[in-house]
Design a protein around this ligand. Structure first.
Ligand code: APR
Ligand code: PHB
Length: 389
């Protein structure tokens, strides 16, 4: 088999890149180790920056998003019983779109099928070869049969646990990591959201987040111990703890119900440099991870896709490799800013086991500044809605 670009990974990064390239007549094959159903069962954040919304429009997959998504002009932050709003629209004339990653991924799968794009599921033993030559190839097995695809380029969109990042030699690869000493316990419930915008809560009992998917599907999180297990938390225990971390007026309005999904996720910051090795380009979670506090995971994947898509189109249409040669540097420049925002919001809103009274005063002062200082609010707003590509 031969194609122009082999995309390893059928998550948001791989699917969006494949769809964009297809619309420019650039041929791809997507290799996904799981089934479509498995991928679509993943529950992930659903805050879309402007840049991602525009990319989805360019990819021709925005029709359902335009119909079903919510537009949020701002977000709320609470500290104990205090609640304030940061209005992105008033401050910087921009907003964010609330649309579940599962729905976005489903739209991308539907588009791939409609376009007749080749996608091979349940691939195993994927190996990347000859990335330093101009004729790389990928081998893998499917249904026990050895396969090989020769190509011009390989997009490593295979997430944090994929094979692509490890293809870059240890002597070349530099990894940066920070693991946070807590996790997020999240639930999905078919209940109306407690507020019309998200609420990021800092309380003496720890962080909480009130989010949503639509008018009758809410997503809530509470900071939990890394040793906690989902089975340690009954729905009742979750709802009681969430109420304790919210301002009373908000807690009084909370509509509770049975969880339809419950999971615990660890929080880490991670970046791999470089994001290119010859004809291999890393994209999305394969290259970087953010703590979910700033809702940047999907959005940093999107900016990688934007830069790689631009570079590949420039190569095939203009025989110009400039975009590909600057991909890693351009992508990383934006990724590090998103890493900083995610790290800063995580430090501002969570309670740490080793926090001193002075540390708590610093946290309080930072939230106070955000509450009353317009310049601080504008800076937060610019980072939350997404810095320009
Ligand atoms: N071969 C083929 N596919 C693989 C392999 C492999 N060796 N390893 C992983 N995959 C697949 C996974 O099954 C997954 O479907 O690659 C896909 C990677 O998807 P994600 O992990 O979702 O990463 P990405 O597409 O970059 O999207 C980033 O998803 O995880 C969230 O928070 C993250 O919102 C962010 C977004
Ligand atoms: C979510 O809705 O799952 C969500 C929203 C915002 C975040 C993190 C998660 O910062």
């Amino acid at each position: 088999m031969r194609t122009q670009v082999v995309i390893i990974g059928g998550g948001p990064s791989g699917l969006l890149l494949g769809q964009l390239l297809h619309r420019k007549g650039i041929e791809t094959v997507i290799l996904e180790r799981k089934t479509r159903e498995y991928v679509l069962a993943r529950i992930r954040a659903g805050i879309l920056e402007t840049g991602l919304v525009e990319l989805l429009r360019e990819a021709g997959v925005s029709e359902r998003m335009d119909r079903e998504s919510l537009v949020h002009d701002g977000t709320c932050i609470s500290y104990e019983n205090e609640l304030f709003d940061i209005n992105f629209s008033k401050l910087i004339g921009q907003n964010v779109v609330v649309y579940g990653q599962t729905e976005l991924t489903r739209d991308l799968y539907d588009a791939r099928e409609a376009a007749g794009g080749r996608m091979i599921f349940e691939t195993e033993n994927v190996e990347i070869h000859d990335t330093e030559r101009d004729a790389p190839y990928v081998t893998f097995t499917v249904d026990g049969t050895e396969q090989r695809i020769d190509c011009d380029f390989i997009a490593g969109c295979d997430g944090f646990h994929g094979v692509s990042r490890k293809t870059i030699p240890d002597s070349v690869r530099k990894e940066y990591e920070k693991v946070f000493p807590f996790g997020w316990l999240g639930i999905l419930s078919e209940t109306p959201p407690v507020h019309d915008e998200l609420i990021y809560a800092n309380s003496q009992r720890g962080f909480a987040l009130c989010s949503m998917r639509n008018e009758n599907l809410s997503r809530y999180y509470v900071q939990c111990e890394l040793t906690d297990r989902v089975e340690d938390w009954s729905d009742e225990a979750f709802w009681e703890e969430l109420k304790r971390r919210l301002p009373e007026a908000v807690a009084d309005k909370l509509v509770t119900g049975p969880s339809i999904e419950k999971s615990i996720a660890p929080l880490r910051s991670f970046v791999c440099e470089p994001m290119r090795w010859g004809r291999l380009f890393l994209c999305g979670d394969a290259a970087h991870i953010v703590p979910p506090t700033g809702a940047k995971g999907l959005n940093t994947a999107a900016s990688d896709v934007h830069y790689l898509y631009e570079g590949l189109v420039q190569f095939y249409q203009d025989k110009d490799a400039e975009g590909l040669d600057t991909y890693s540097q351009r992508a990383l420049a934006r990724i590090w800013k998103a890493e900083r925002f995610s790290w800063a919001t995580t430090n501002m809103l969570h309670r740490f086991p080793d926090q001193s009274d002075f540390d708590l005063k610093m946290q309080r002062a930072e939230i106070e500044s955000l509450h009353h200082n317009e310049i601080a609010q504008r800076w937060f707003a610019q980072n939350y809605v997404g810095l320009p590509y």
